[in-house]
Design a protein. Sequence first.
Length: 414
Amino acid sequence: MRVLISAYACEPGKGSEPAVGWNWVQQISRWHEVWVLTRKNNRPHIAGALAATPLTTVHWVYYDLPGWAHVWKKGQRGVHAYYYLWQLGAYFLARKLHRQVHFDLVHHVTFVNYWMPSLLALLPAPFIWGPVGGGESAPRAFRHALSLRGKIHEVVRDLARNLGQLNPCLKMTARRSRVGIATTEETAQRMRKLGCQNVQVFSQVGLQTADIARLAQFPVRQGLPFRFVSVGNLLHWKGFEFALRAFARFQSYYPASQYWIVGAGPERKRLERLAGQLGVSHNVEFCGAVSREQVWEKLAESDALLHPSLHDSGGWVCLEAMAAGHPVICFDLGGPALQVTPETGFKLAAISPEQVVEDLTVAMLHLAQNSRIRERMGEAARSRVEEQFNWTRKGEVMHRLYQEVAASLGGSAC
């Protein structure tokens, strides 16, 4: 089929949304002829990757707004307003392109955000919306424990989503979608309320076969100190405060232990103060922001991953840790809840701050004191990533989805 993909974020060798765009394009192009509408600033990275591994069935269409629109967009500031305007210009470009190519399918891939519309749904072709996330929320019982910055952020985020859901363009996007792909069940529920009739839950994260093979070579670590690691931006909703409190309790039972926190962000000073107040500063290391290669080095030197995120539609590091043979301790929330099973780690209910600290402590002790269980979970984790989160296998699922859409229209996806 001739497929138009909207991938505002699309870069090889990156994580998060750029990786979603790039990997989705790679997989779809295995079976179909693809036109990718993306930003011009992605071009150098894409060109470098294509020089090494060409994608012969992909046509790249680079579009950006005029220079005046870049003035007030600095980093994340103004990104959503810019994205709205980009979508408007991209729609007119896509409409012109459709008259020439006559696309069989139009697919919005990034941004992975359910509360912002995709104007490409207006094109006269079957439309697939997603993967999109963002429907997850920090449980209400946890909000009083957040920093002032965190409380304000959650209020503003809720307000933005609620206002976004009133947007008639968003409802149009949902209603015109042949299929909506949600990254979590929480987002799926919101998409259905917007009018999307066919919603499927499908994680947007995955690993390349080569990465899985490399991580699989990491040996199971032996000896002391027993070491937990967390990886992520130091933001309030990442839940590192609860992990720190649990580690302090765990460390009182298991002194030969360490906790590495990898990442940077506005919560760092607050977390460092908390570590001091809890008396575990000498056992906790704040590693700062590091490269992906260095993240893997930290994983290799650790025994288990703590991922106490309160709302996370993805959770890439959970897959990397699992592929490295590490059990994962997370909450039964968002994307990690789709990745982690009782066989591969501990997926804890998130009822209250006091309860999660207690349950995190118990899970940490269980792993530290039972090497056979830790090894068994690690092996199961490696297998799960290979079977469910290998991009090659995920691509086959995407292809079947395209076939289903084509069949529903009386066409063929072959």
